[in-house]
Design a protein around this ligand. Sequence first.
Ligand code: MG
Length: 266
Amino acid sequence: MKYCCFDLAGKAHCGLVESVAGRDEITRVLLTAPEDSNGDLEDIPTRRIDHLPLAEAVLLAPVRPSKIVCVGRNYREHAAELGHEVPTEPLIFLKPPSSLLPPGGNIVRPKMSQRVDYEGELGVVIGKKCHQLAGDEDVDPYILGYTCVNDITARDLQNKDSQWTRAKGFDTFCPVGPLVTDEIDPWTGVGVETRVNEEVRQQGDTRDFIFALDIVIRYISQVMTLFPGDLISTGTPSGVGPVMAGDVVEVTVEGIGTLRNFVADV
Ligand code: MG
């Protein structure tokens, strides 16, 4: 199942996304947000709308997380490009929900930073409260679905500060979308690609994670309770780099779609 969130006559709605004649369309309005349904997507009451092509919808962020948990340095080549050792346990940090940005929104470069980077990543949306999972516990029942995330980073401030709250936390620094799907399997490998002005900058595959998704989710659950709607961003492949005002940044995750955003100065 795929869903998105969109604006309909000035109100936010979630909508079921289905392929109709090879084109993604919003076919129904979901009366309950998927994250409020305990992950049981089939039981959501729906009402029909006139089919709305996904490409014509005014999309909103498809998640309402209480927190955004990110994994740093989860691809070997990316750790190397920033001059870091491969971590021996997952490195996690938070982005505030206020950093969320919908598809099509402007990533705003703050005056405080001289270097703002893209980081294309696979996002995981939690569907069920998750706390202190056992070492061999299956994480699949806790996953609502997957989306694209751009973990925008003020690289100069990240290097300057001893922790990353400022560098990762500016408003608009967490583009997410365009939709959430449970129809991919990151364990078997999905491609993660970032393009700037149509030029490919990052190409990774989730098979190359240093820490697989089940290890990451069990690890985070030892630290903090994950709630339905919480977002985990799983780390970026090599090839990070800066963006400037006027750039168009696209993150494509295989089987999900493309998250497209624009860059502007404050
Ligand atoms: Mg990142």
